[in-house]
Design a protein around this ligand. Structure first.
Ligand code: GLP
Length: 241
């Protein structure tokens, strides 16, 4: 694991955006794995800036998102589909057909999860996967007591995650209790992984993921076994290391 500590959130975001830009420069048709949440918003802003300066071209890039809430449609402002359009896709020259996201309204979940996995494999696998981390150490929506073998699947969200994500919803009762998420196996099959974390509330999870035992209770700890992981932190998130 390579750990990079930046002075603050903005510097963390810039560093992550430059890594993605380098990936796309070296391989213009890269397959990127993308994440949602507050943490990558600054990185998406930086990527948009780089695109506006013509330093990065998304024309051939393909993307797969990590996860999506189950039971909310694309028009819902809390869907990750809506988030990705607002924070990145609407602002760059990505081709719509090259964007893949789990479908939160799918009735036949197993089939659609299998199709998602097949598509990732068909396109040659994920070249660079971006991750955030939950306060409980989750990655994507792979909650504690995770099955390290799982591919894309339907998950039940932990109370802690529902509470944490309720800040985006009118009331905690509006937060979906299920989501579709790439599994740990999907994430671990990515060629490169960058994990971003910012703020004191992530410090403990980062410390346990980096220095703790590899343990299904801290899903991010499995990343210790990946051979190309870069963790980009601000000072607060690194404060327990
Ligand atoms: C959510 C997402 C994760 C994200 C995590 C942290 O539950 N499913 O992909 O990494 O929470 O979110 P934030 O960056 O807002 O702290």
């Amino acid at each position: 694991m390579r750990i990079i500590v930046m002075d603050n959130y903005d510097e963390m975001s810039k560093k992550a955006a430059l890594m993605i830009a380098s990936q796309v420069m070296l391989k213009p048709n890269s397959v990127l794995g993308l994440a949602t949440g507050d943490t990558p918003i600054g990185m998406y802003k930086e990527l948009t800036k780089l695109y506006n300066k013509r330093d990065i071209d998304f024309k051939e890039v393909r993307t797969f998102n990590l996860d999506e809430y189950y039971g909310i449609n694309h028009e819902n402002h809390q869907s990750y589909y809506y988030f990705m359009n607002a924070n990145l896709f609407n602002n760059i020259n990505i081709v719509r057909e090259n964007i893949y996201m789990p479908n939160g309204m799918e009735k036949d979940v197993n089939t659609s999860c299998n199709e998602y996995e097949t598509k990732i494999k068909e396109l040659g696998g994920i070249d660079m996967q971006v991750l955030g981390i939950g306060g409980n150490g989750h990655i994507g929506f792979n909650e504690p007591n995770v099955n390290f073998e799982a591919e894309t699947h339907l998950v039940n969200l932990e109370e802690e995650t529902i509470k944490a994500n309720s800040r985006f919803f009118k009331s905690i009762n509006d937060v979906p209790v299920k989501a579709i998420s790439m599994g740990i196996k999907t994430i671990m099959n990515s060629k490169k992984i960058i994990l971003l974390a910012s703020g004191l509330n992530k410090a403990k999870a980062i410390e346990r993921a980096v220095n703790g035992k590899i343990n299904p209770n801290i899903p991010a700890s499995i990343l210790q076994l990946h051979n190309d992981v870069t963790i980009i932190l601000d000072k607060e998130a690194a404060s327990s290391l």
